[in-house]
Design a protein around this ligand. Structure first.
Ligand code: GRF
Length: 185
């Protein structure tokens, strides 16, 4: 059984999508650990509700080392809204075994500082006609790894950053499972 770890910082709706897909047997895998760098991340509550081991590991000198102690035996790491910048060493160690979900059509609207609502605000400000989400392999270059799955949606003049965020979140939950099936099966 493929063992997954999910690194989170926020509400955990992407984590919940993985939990749901496993429960519905749409994805054959096991989440063995959820790690957050935010003590009050609701994603930790979602892990607890699902009976999944979960840990709060704060940013700092020993953050990566402490995370690795909880990741023994893990096959793939999923970054699902994880906001800490990973060290080059950690990225090297987990090369080709770590994926990230990003709320834009990379390489557009990616890179340092481009996350969450900032992405959707920029898409609206630039009057883009489409946006979407991307699942990609993680390398030391932020949002720079090869794309695994990408899906787009239309952006209309009626859209706001909030309505775009809602559309993109739907896409994220779908393509994250598609990507995990692709790499684990
Ligand atoms: C998502 O928008 C994802 O694309 C980004 O962080 C957000 C995480 O949302 N990387 P959630 O915590 O999974 O709801």
């Amino acid at each position: 059984m493929v063992k997954l770890a999910v690194l989170v910082s926020g509400s955990g709706t992407n984590l919940q999508a993985i939990i749901r897909a496993i429960q519905q047997k749409k994805l054959i895998a096991e989440i063995v650990a959820v790690v957050s760098d935010r003590k009050n991340a609701y994603a930790l509550q979602r892990a607890a509700n699902a009976g999944i081991s979960h840990y709060y590991i704060p940013k700092g000198e020993t953050q990566m080392q402490q995370m690795n102690e909880k990741l023994l035996g893990v096959d793939y790491i999923v970054l699902a809204g994880f906001l800490s910048i990973l060290s080059d060493e950690f990225c090297q160690q987990w090369a080709n075994r770590m994926i990230n979900i990003h709320p834009s059509l990379l390489p557009k609207y990616g890179g340092k500082g481009m996350y969450g609502m900032k992405v959707h605000e920029a898409v609206i400000a630039n009057k883009e006609e489409e946006t979407g989400a991307t699942v990609h392999w993680v390398t030391a270059v932020i949002d720079g790894g090869n794309t695994i799955v990408q899906k787009s949606c239309a952006v209309t003049s009626e859209d706001t950053p909030k309505t775009v965020a809602e559309k993109v979140h739907e896409i994220e939950h779908e393509i994250l499972i598609t990507a995990l099936k692709k790499i684990t099966e």
